[in-house]
Design a protein around this ligand. Structure first.
Ligand code: ADP
Ligand code: MG
Length: 741
């Protein structure tokens, strides 16, 4: 009777969902509803202005100095900050603190300790020391290390990152002070994503400053990488979610036939947000504002039940912490609203997947007030600024051209493989879209032909007053590009929705740092030969335009012709994670990552190991989940349905007529046979995978043989779904999950 029971659960879920109303948040009662966002923005973060107010002038200045120099904090300063942090937190009802860090699992980790301690008279008191603030020692042996740390050296350290503000995480019945931290091994190897990102920021900043100095800006102090992450996600009602073992185990549906209506009506994108979803979004944003996360935009995405939230861009390290908090709160708040938030890159076959468009640019920090805060990717007001702009733009192109394989590796995951190259998702081939205007400028720089562009305000002249003028913010849109220039920033669109942007951005930073270094060396050579600096720059731009032709693509990234064209250009087409990850160890990637001090040799190898291992585990979990769903849900329903036909068919035979059910009986029987045999083949393949010794080979085998076999199993399941009566089908259908709310 199991399937009858399950079908009933499915129908119960539908009933439950039909009765749902928007969930009000507690803050309505607390009086927040009358406040402006700016009244409570960041109330749960201990930012620098708040610290300044709480610390003596001397201590505060030493804190700033240590932040700027990157030197270790003196204990006296740490103690003072710890006391200030504790007092601030206690006032807000916080009882515990934790170091909050980002191990190589793609998410965050935390271990809480109470402030509770005893004074010398044995009385209970609240305490947080400078040492506790700066450093903690979680047992690192249960976090991935990729073989870098053996168990007898299980110690790892988390170290406070003072550049990202301390914050309070509220949960039902608890408030915890979270100290954003890096996570490193006993020997100082990075065991996390934050450390890697911070190193790459350093590399980029230092190379960009060198180039700017050569261009004549001696006052430049630092370059800040800016990042704005557009986060896409799906919301599925919990009642359906909990009946889908595949969503629970893998975050994506492993079976499910397409409903007659998918996203073809194009009615969801920017459509009116349903009141239930809006209530959810409002609460997420409310929580994020308290944490100082500047969420700005919310809207429906293209697929049904798909949405997006985007913040105002921030310094990359902070933006990455904030994106982690956003993902965490999306998941947490969703449950209060009886939703499950799916951050997976491809929860539903044939519908759009979810990405995290990473908007990236470089900002100048200079003693010169005219340059301070300017964006190196912003076409400027003056010809000089435009030369600088084109030089930095060209350097990014050069970086992507040389390291497109590494950038592909940075975004590689089992989940993102399903998305890349699918419905309205960027292809797995990395190319850059610049838009007609900038492409035209580069073409003319390369050919040296001076023409009046049809855009009136743009002119390139290579004569005496030979400086290009670039009009602002008139880039067109190309949704099919994995890496697009959008006005004054690049948008790395191929990053997956569930991924931390830390590694993709770290690789991008490193590649650009290397390109800037090469550009500077080449420019200083040319400056020795040329009479003028501008002449040298123009010659270099011409070379950059020529050398980056291969990576520039303005056409349709989804088309078959592009695949052929890209192959012709020699661009790597790395459809699957194992081949993409192999790029991590390619000689030019290795050289880049080591030269720019983003990884040590041991760290690089360990990253590769961790990523391959994760991939293998994910595919194995998916394959085993599929087998289980087939064996324990789908086949039993099919058996039962078929058995139920026997009586009718037999009675008809006795009365010498042919029951129409006999045809269905045979059809179901055939599908059952086929499904059984395909499932067994899948099991055989998994067995074979277990017998392969080398992990990269296991991964390759899974990405080819196991995935395609999973697809054939799915085909049979989907055919059964189309044949079996609705009432006996055990799993919530696409139609229900995506259209009921
Ligand atoms: P679009 O609609 O063109 O994608 P939006 O203005 O909506 O662009 O911005 C998308 C994201 O890009 C937002 O998070 C925004 O803050 C961010 N962004 C805007 N300008 C920059 C910049 N110069 N550098 C980095 N991110 C930026
Ligand atoms: Mg965008």
């Amino acid at each position: 009777m199991s399937s009858i029971h399950l079908a009933t659960s499915r129908q119960q879920a539908v009933q439950e969902i039909n009765a749902r109303i928007p969930v009000k948040m507690k803050s309505d009662q607390e009086g927040y509803s009358t406040l402006k966002i700016s009244d409570f923005f960041g109330v749960h973060t201990l930012d620098m202005p708040k610290l300044k107010a709480k610390l003596s002038k001397d201590i505060y200045q030493r804190l700033i100095a240590s932040n700027e120099s990157g030197k270790k904090l003196e204990l006296e300063v740490a103690n003072a900050v710890a006391t200030a942090a504790k007092e601030w937190a206690i006032e807000k009802g916080v009882t515990h603190f934790c170091h909050w860090f980002q191990p190589m699992t793609g998410s965050t980790a935390e271990k809480h300790d109470a402030f509770l301690s005893f004074d010398d008279k044995g009385r209970p008191v609240e305490k947080l020391t400078g040492a506790q603030l700066i450093q903690s020692e979680p047992d690192a042996s249960s976090f991935p290390s990729g073989g870098m740390r053996t168990t007898f050296e299980a110690r790892g350290y988390t170290a406070w990152d003072p550049t990202s503000p301390i914050f309070i995480m509220e949960s039902t019945n608890t408030k915890t002070l979270c100290i954003p931290s890096a996570f490193i091994s006993y020997h100082g190897d990075a065991l996390d994503e934050k450390t890697v990102l911070m190193r790459s920021n350093e590399a980029l900043s230092s190379e960009a400053c060198e180039l700017l100095k050569l261009l004549g800006d001696q006052d430049v102090k630092r370059i800040q990488v800016s990042l704005g992450t557009e986060q896409e996600y799906f919301l599925i009602d919990r009642a359906f979610y909990s009946l889908r073992p595949d969503l629970v185990m893998c975050g994506r549906t492993l079976t499910g036939t397409q409903p007659p209506r998918g996203q073809q009506m194009e009615d969801h994108y920017f459509g009116t947000i349903s009141s239930r979803v809006l209530a959810f979004m409002g609460e997420v944003e409310f929580e994020l504002y308290k944490l100082g996360v500047p969420v700005k935009t919310r809207h429906n995405e293209v697929a049904p039940h798909q949405f997006e939230t985007a913040p105002i861009f921030e310094e990359a390290n902070r933006a990455i912490d904030h994106n982690q908090l956003t993902m965490e709160l999306l998941r947490k708040v969703a449950r209060k609203h009886h939703f499950e938030c799916l951050l997976h890159e491809k929860p539903f076959a044939l519908l759009n997947g979810s990405g995290k468009h990473c908007n990236w640019s470089m900002q100048v920090n200079s003693k010169n007030p005219e340059l301070d805060g300017s964006n190196l990717l912003d076409p400027g007001q003056t010809p000089q600024q435009n030369l600088r702009f084109l030089l930095f733009l060209g350097s990014v192109l050069k970086a992507v051209q040389k390291h497109s394989g590494l950038l592909r590796a940075g975004i590689a995951s089992c989940a993102n493989d399903h998305r890349l190259g699918g419905n309205e998702a960027p292809p797995a081939i990395i190319s850059v879209f610049l838009g007609e205007l900038l492409s035209g400028i580069l073409d003319r720089l390369e050919s040296g032909v001076s023409t009046q562009d049809r855009h009136e305000n743009v002119m390139i002249e290579l004569g005496v007053s030979n400086l290009p003028r670039v009009a602002k913010d008139n880039t067109d849109r190309n949704r099919t590009s994995p890496f697009a220039f959008t006005g004054n920033k690049f948008e790395f669109r191929a990053v997956g929705s569930s991924a931390s942007p830390a590694i993709p951005i770290a690789f991008l930073n490193a590649a650009v740092a290397e390109a800037l270094q090469e550009v500077r060396i080449s420019l200083s050579e040319k400056m020795k030969q040329h009479k003028t600096r501008d002449g040298a720059i123009l010659e270099l731009l011409k070379e950059l335009a020529r050398d980056t032709r291969g990576i520039r693509f303005e056409g349709n990234g989804y088309s078959e012709e592009w695949k052929k064209e890209a192959a012709h250009r020699g661009l790597p087409a790395l459809a699957k994670t194992p081949e993409a990850l192999a790029q991590l160890l390619a000689p030019h990637s290795r050289k880049l990552l080591l030269d720019m001090k983003v990884f040590s040799e041991a760290e690089l190898q360990s990253r590769f190991n961790v990523r391959i291992e994760r991939y293998i585990k994910q595919v194995m979990i998916e394959a085993e989940s599929l087998i289980e769903i087939v064996s324990t849900s789908i086949l039993p329903s099919a058996y039962e349905f078929r058995a139920g036909l026997v009586g009718t068919i037999e009675s008809a035979k006795k009365m010498s007529y042919l029951a129409p059910e006999e045809k269905v009986f045979k059809e179901v029987g055939d599908l059952i046979e086929a499904l059984l045999s395909r499932k067994e083949q899948l099991q055989t393949l998994l067995g074979r995978a277990h017998s392969i010794k080398s992990e990269p080979e296991v991964a390759h085998f899974l990405s080819r043989d196991v995935f395609s076999q999973m697809e054939t199993v799915r085909e049979q399941c989907d055919q059964l779904e189309r044949l079996l009566p609705d009432a006996v089908w055990p799993l919530p259908k696409y139609r229900e999950m995506l259209f009921l709310s």
